[in-house]
Write a protein that binds this ligand. Sequence first.
Ligand SMILES: C[S@@+](CC[C@H](N)C(=O)[O-])C[C@H]1O[C@@H](n2cnc3c(N)ncnc32)[C@H](O)[C@@H]1O
Length: 270
Amino acid sequence: MYASRPQAYIIRGGKKGRKRLGILSRILASSTNALLDRVEPIAGAQIIDIGCGGGDVALELARRAGPEGHVWGYDLDTRILDLARAEAEAARQTNVTFEEVDIAGQWPRRAASLIYARFILTHVTDPAAVVARAWKALEPGGTMIVEDIDMEGRFWDPPGAAISRMTELYMEAARRRGCDPTIGRSLVRLLGHAGFESVDSRMVQPYGREGDVKDLARLDFANIADAIVSLGFMGRGEADALAAQVNAYAERSDTTISLPRVFQVVARKK
Ligand SMILES: C[S@@+](CC[C@H](N)C(=O)[O-])C[C@H]1O[C@@H](n2cnc3c(N)ncnc32)[C@H](O)[C@@H]1O
Protein backbone atom coordinates (compact mmCIF):
# COMPACT_ATOMS: atom_id res chain seq x y z
CA MET A 1 0.00 0.00 0.00
CA TYR A 2 1.35 3.42 -0.91
CA ALA A 3 0.63 6.87 0.42
CA SER A 4 -2.25 8.54 -1.41
CA ARG A 5 -1.59 11.81 -3.23
CA PRO A 6 -3.80 14.34 -5.01
CA GLN A 7 -5.41 12.69 -8.04
CA ALA A 8 -3.84 13.99 -11.26
CA TYR A 9 -5.56 11.37 -13.44
CA ILE A 10 -8.62 12.95 -15.07
CA ILE A 11 -10.10 9.90 -16.81
CA ARG A 12 -12.74 7.74 -15.12
CA GLY A 13 -11.39 4.37 -13.91
CA GLY A 14 -13.08 1.14 -12.80
CA LYS A 15 -15.33 -0.94 -15.05
CA LYS A 16 -16.40 1.93 -17.33
CA GLY A 17 -12.81 3.10 -17.64
CA ARG A 18 -11.82 -0.47 -18.47
CA LYS A 19 -14.32 -0.54 -21.36
CA ARG A 20 -12.72 2.58 -22.84
CA LEU A 21 -9.21 1.12 -22.40
CA GLY A 22 -10.33 -2.08 -24.18
CA ILE A 23 -11.44 -0.06 -27.20
CA LEU A 24 -8.21 1.96 -27.11
CA SER A 25 -6.18 -1.25 -27.01
CA ARG A 26 -8.03 -2.70 -30.00
CA ILE A 27 -7.34 0.45 -32.01
CA LEU A 28 -3.67 0.41 -31.04
CA ALA A 29 -3.05 -3.36 -31.16
CA SER A 30 -1.36 -3.32 -34.56
CA SER A 31 0.91 -0.32 -33.87
CA THR A 32 1.83 -1.49 -30.36
CA ASN A 33 2.53 -5.02 -31.62
CA ALA A 34 4.69 -3.63 -34.43
CA LEU A 35 6.58 -1.61 -31.81
CA LEU A 36 7.11 -4.69 -29.61
CA ASP A 37 8.23 -6.66 -32.68
CA ARG A 38 11.07 -4.17 -33.08
CA VAL A 39 12.31 -4.83 -29.52
CA GLU A 40 14.11 -8.11 -29.26
CA PRO A 41 14.48 -10.20 -27.31
CA ILE A 42 11.45 -10.00 -25.03
CA ALA A 43 11.50 -13.75 -24.29
CA GLY A 44 12.80 -14.24 -20.74
CA ALA A 45 12.59 -10.52 -19.91
CA GLN A 46 11.70 -9.23 -16.45
CA ILE A 47 9.20 -6.52 -17.33
CA ILE A 48 7.43 -3.72 -15.47
CA ASP A 49 4.37 -2.13 -17.14
CA ILE A 50 3.72 1.18 -15.39
CA GLY A 51 0.14 2.48 -15.40
CA CYS A 52 -0.90 -0.87 -16.86
CA GLY A 53 -4.66 -0.20 -16.68
CA GLY A 54 -6.70 -3.26 -17.70
CA GLY A 55 -3.51 -5.10 -18.58
CA ASP A 56 -3.99 -5.48 -22.34
CA VAL A 57 -0.34 -4.78 -23.13
CA ALA A 58 0.86 -6.48 -19.92
CA LEU A 59 -0.79 -9.70 -21.15
CA GLU A 60 0.75 -9.32 -24.60
CA LEU A 61 4.15 -8.74 -23.00
CA ALA A 62 3.65 -11.79 -20.77
CA ARG A 63 2.92 -13.95 -23.83
CA ARG A 64 6.09 -12.67 -25.48
CA ALA A 65 8.16 -13.04 -22.25
CA GLY A 66 7.27 -16.75 -22.03
CA PRO A 67 7.80 -19.05 -19.05
CA GLU A 68 11.26 -17.70 -18.23
CA GLY A 69 10.03 -14.10 -18.11
CA HIS A 70 7.64 -12.20 -15.90
CA VAL A 71 5.54 -9.04 -16.10
CA TRP A 72 4.58 -6.83 -13.16
CA GLY A 73 1.78 -4.42 -13.94
CA TYR A 74 1.59 -1.35 -11.68
CA ASP A 75 -1.53 0.79 -11.36
CA LEU A 76 -3.26 2.70 -8.59
CA ASP A 77 -6.83 1.82 -9.64
CA THR A 78 -7.66 -1.25 -7.55
CA ARG A 79 -10.88 -1.98 -9.48
CA ILE A 80 -9.10 -2.02 -12.80
CA LEU A 81 -6.35 -4.20 -11.30
CA ASP A 82 -8.99 -6.75 -10.20
CA LEU A 83 -10.34 -6.83 -13.77
CA ALA A 84 -6.82 -7.26 -15.14
CA ARG A 85 -6.17 -10.17 -12.73
CA ALA A 86 -9.42 -11.85 -13.80
CA GLU A 87 -8.47 -11.48 -17.48
CA ALA A 88 -5.01 -12.93 -16.85
CA GLU A 89 -6.59 -15.87 -15.04
CA ALA A 90 -9.11 -16.44 -17.85
CA ALA A 91 -6.23 -16.39 -20.35
CA ARG A 92 -4.26 -18.79 -18.07
CA GLN A 93 -1.36 -16.34 -18.14
CA THR A 94 0.54 -17.11 -14.94
CA ASN A 95 3.68 -15.04 -15.53
CA VAL A 96 1.98 -11.71 -14.88
CA THR A 97 1.34 -10.04 -11.52
CA PHE A 98 -0.76 -6.91 -11.04
CA GLU A 99 0.15 -4.71 -8.09
CA GLU A 100 -1.29 -1.54 -6.58
CA VAL A 101 1.53 0.96 -6.97
CA ASP A 102 1.40 4.74 -7.28
CA ILE A 103 4.22 5.14 -9.77
CA ALA A 104 4.57 8.80 -8.77
CA GLY A 105 5.74 7.54 -5.35
CA GLN A 106 8.11 4.83 -4.22
CA TRP A 107 8.28 1.71 -6.44
CA PRO A 108 8.67 -1.81 -5.06
CA ARG A 109 12.33 -2.87 -4.94
CA ARG A 110 12.63 -4.88 -8.14
CA ALA A 111 15.07 -4.99 -11.06
CA ALA A 112 13.73 -5.09 -14.61
CA SER A 113 15.25 -5.64 -18.03
CA LEU A 114 12.34 -3.91 -19.77
CA ILE A 115 9.99 -1.15 -18.65
CA TYR A 116 6.90 -0.35 -20.69
CA ALA A 117 4.78 2.79 -20.29
CA ARG A 118 1.74 3.58 -22.43
CA PHE A 119 -0.33 6.72 -21.82
CA ILE A 120 0.90 7.20 -18.26
CA LEU A 121 3.60 9.90 -18.39
CA THR A 122 0.92 12.28 -19.67
CA HIS A 123 -1.03 11.61 -16.45
CA VAL A 124 1.62 12.38 -13.83
CA THR A 125 2.68 15.79 -12.58
CA ASP A 126 6.40 14.99 -12.55
CA PRO A 127 7.14 12.69 -15.51
CA ALA A 128 10.90 13.31 -15.17
CA ALA A 129 10.80 11.81 -11.66
CA VAL A 130 8.93 8.74 -12.97
CA VAL A 131 11.46 8.29 -15.78
CA ALA A 132 14.27 8.63 -13.20
CA ARG A 133 12.67 5.82 -11.16
CA ALA A 134 12.43 3.70 -14.30
CA TRP A 135 16.12 4.34 -14.96
CA LYS A 136 16.93 3.22 -11.42
CA ALA A 137 14.81 0.06 -11.71
CA LEU A 138 16.34 -0.95 -15.06
CA GLU A 139 19.39 -3.17 -15.25
CA PRO A 140 22.29 -1.86 -17.37
CA GLY A 141 21.51 -2.72 -20.97
CA GLY A 142 17.80 -2.57 -20.17
CA THR A 143 15.15 -1.12 -22.45
CA MET A 144 12.46 1.47 -21.83
CA ILE A 145 9.51 1.64 -24.21
CA VAL A 146 7.19 4.62 -23.99
CA GLU A 147 4.05 5.39 -25.98
CA ASP A 148 2.36 8.67 -25.24
CA ILE A 149 0.03 11.24 -26.65
CA ASP A 150 0.09 14.68 -28.16
CA MET A 151 -3.54 15.76 -27.82
CA GLU A 152 -3.00 18.97 -29.78
CA GLY A 153 -2.56 16.79 -32.86
CA ARG A 154 -6.07 15.32 -32.75
CA PHE A 155 -8.01 16.16 -35.92
CA TRP A 156 -11.50 15.78 -37.24
CA ASP A 157 -13.36 16.54 -40.46
CA PRO A 158 -15.56 18.46 -41.16
CA PRO A 159 -15.19 21.24 -38.56
CA GLY A 160 -17.15 20.41 -35.39
CA ALA A 161 -17.55 22.86 -32.53
CA ALA A 162 -18.40 20.21 -29.91
CA ILE A 163 -15.44 17.92 -30.59
CA SER A 164 -13.16 20.95 -30.77
CA ARG A 165 -14.46 22.12 -27.37
CA MET A 166 -14.11 18.61 -25.91
CA THR A 167 -10.47 18.44 -27.01
CA GLU A 168 -9.74 21.90 -25.54
CA LEU A 169 -11.43 20.93 -22.27
CA TYR A 170 -9.40 17.75 -22.05
CA MET A 171 -6.15 19.70 -22.43
CA GLU A 172 -7.26 22.40 -20.00
CA ALA A 173 -8.29 19.82 -17.36
CA ALA A 174 -5.01 17.90 -17.72
CA ARG A 175 -2.96 21.11 -17.39
CA ARG A 176 -4.98 22.27 -14.37
CA ARG A 177 -4.11 18.95 -12.69
CA GLY A 178 -0.44 19.62 -13.48
CA CYS A 179 -0.14 17.14 -16.37
CA ASP A 180 1.10 17.53 -19.96
CA PRO A 181 -1.42 16.52 -22.67
CA THR A 182 1.19 17.05 -25.41
CA ILE A 183 4.01 15.10 -23.74
CA GLY A 184 4.43 12.74 -26.70
CA ARG A 185 6.50 15.26 -28.63
CA SER A 186 8.86 15.67 -25.61
CA LEU A 187 9.60 12.01 -24.94
CA VAL A 188 12.99 11.78 -26.64
CA ARG A 189 14.20 14.84 -24.70
CA LEU A 190 12.70 13.60 -21.42
CA LEU A 191 14.36 10.19 -21.73
CA GLY A 192 17.64 11.77 -22.86
CA HIS A 193 17.77 13.96 -19.77
CA ALA A 194 17.42 10.86 -17.60
CA GLY A 195 20.44 9.28 -19.33
CA PHE A 196 18.66 7.07 -21.85
CA GLU A 197 19.81 6.71 -25.39
CA SER A 198 16.87 6.69 -27.80
CA VAL A 199 17.21 4.00 -30.41
CA ASP A 200 13.91 4.28 -32.20
CA SER A 201 11.26 7.01 -32.31
CA ARG A 202 8.12 7.02 -34.42
CA MET A 203 4.69 8.56 -34.54
CA VAL A 204 1.37 6.87 -35.33
CA GLN A 205 -2.12 8.31 -35.54
CA PRO A 206 -5.15 6.09 -36.06
CA TYR A 207 -8.26 7.75 -37.46
CA GLY A 208 -11.50 6.64 -38.99
CA ARG A 209 -15.11 7.17 -40.02
CA GLU A 210 -16.63 4.23 -38.13
CA GLY A 211 -16.13 1.56 -35.49
CA ASP A 212 -13.77 1.73 -32.52
CA VAL A 213 -12.28 5.16 -33.30
CA LYS A 214 -15.75 6.69 -33.30
CA ASP A 215 -16.80 4.75 -30.18
CA LEU A 216 -13.70 6.03 -28.40
CA ALA A 217 -14.53 9.66 -29.23
CA ARG A 218 -18.02 9.11 -27.78
CA LEU A 219 -16.61 7.54 -24.59
CA ASP A 220 -13.80 10.08 -24.21
CA PHE A 221 -16.06 12.89 -23.11
CA ALA A 222 -18.12 10.66 -20.80
CA ASN A 223 -14.89 9.55 -19.13
CA ILE A 224 -13.57 13.06 -18.44
CA ALA A 225 -16.94 14.70 -17.65
CA ASP A 226 -16.58 14.23 -13.88
CA ALA A 227 -13.20 15.96 -13.88
CA ILE A 228 -14.52 18.79 -16.07
CA VAL A 229 -17.46 19.37 -13.73
CA SER A 230 -15.41 19.07 -10.53
CA LEU A 231 -12.86 21.54 -11.89
CA GLY A 232 -15.75 23.98 -12.37
CA PHE A 233 -15.32 24.35 -16.15
CA MET A 234 -19.06 23.76 -16.62
CA GLY A 235 -22.10 22.44 -14.80
CA ARG A 236 -23.42 18.89 -15.18
CA GLY A 237 -26.25 20.00 -17.49
CA GLU A 238 -23.88 21.80 -19.85
CA ALA A 239 -21.50 18.81 -19.82
CA ASP A 240 -24.39 16.46 -20.69
CA ALA A 241 -25.44 18.74 -23.56
CA LEU A 242 -21.87 18.83 -24.91
CA ALA A 243 -21.64 15.03 -24.64
CA ALA A 244 -24.84 14.73 -26.70
CA GLN A 245 -23.36 17.02 -29.38
CA VAL A 246 -20.11 15.03 -29.50
CA ASN A 247 -22.15 11.82 -29.83
CA ALA A 248 -24.24 13.28 -32.64
CA TYR A 249 -21.07 14.37 -34.50
CA ALA A 250 -19.42 10.96 -34.04
CA GLU A 251 -22.56 9.11 -35.14
CA ARG A 252 -22.63 10.86 -38.52
CA SER A 253 -21.28 8.59 -41.25
CA ASP A 254 -19.60 11.51 -43.02
CA THR A 255 -17.35 12.57 -40.10
CA THR A 256 -13.75 11.49 -39.59
CA ILE A 257 -12.14 11.55 -36.13
CA SER A 258 -8.57 10.77 -35.12
CA LEU A 259 -6.88 9.75 -31.91
CA PRO A 260 -4.25 12.12 -30.59
CA ARG A 261 -0.83 11.69 -32.20
CA VAL A 262 0.88 8.76 -30.46
CA PHE A 263 4.67 8.91 -30.13
CA GLN A 264 6.48 5.60 -29.66
CA VAL A 265 10.01 5.72 -28.27
CA VAL A 266 12.40 2.86 -27.53
CA ALA A 267 15.39 3.83 -25.37
CA ARG A 268 18.30 1.96 -23.81
CA LYS A 269 20.13 2.29 -20.51
CA LYS A 270 23.78 1.67 -21.39
C1 LIG B 1 -4.80 5.95 -20.04
S1 LIG B 1 -4.63 4.60 -18.95
C2 LIG B 1 -3.48 3.57 -19.84
C3 LIG B 1 -3.52 2.13 -19.43
C4 LIG B 1 -2.58 1.19 -20.20
N1 LIG B 1 -1.21 1.58 -20.11
C5 LIG B 1 -3.00 1.09 -21.65
O1 LIG B 1 -2.35 1.67 -22.50
O2 LIG B 1 -4.02 0.43 -21.92
C6 LIG B 1 -3.66 5.21 -17.63
C7 LIG B 1 -3.61 4.29 -16.43
O3 LIG B 1 -2.67 4.84 -15.50
C8 LIG B 1 -3.18 4.71 -14.19
N2 LIG B 1 -2.54 5.73 -13.36
C9 LIG B 1 -2.74 7.07 -13.39
N3 LIG B 1 -1.91 7.67 -12.51
C10 LIG B 1 -1.19 6.68 -11.91
C11 LIG B 1 -0.17 6.66 -10.91
N4 LIG B 1 0.25 7.77 -10.34
N5 LIG B 1 0.34 5.46 -10.55
C12 LIG B 1 -0.08 4.31 -11.12
N6 LIG B 1 -1.03 4.27 -12.07
C13 LIG B 1 -1.58 5.44 -12.47
C14 LIG B 1 -4.68 4.85 -14.32
O4 LIG B 1 -5.35 4.24 -13.24
C15 LIG B 1 -4.92 4.15 -15.66
O5 LIG B 1 -5.23 2.79 -15.48
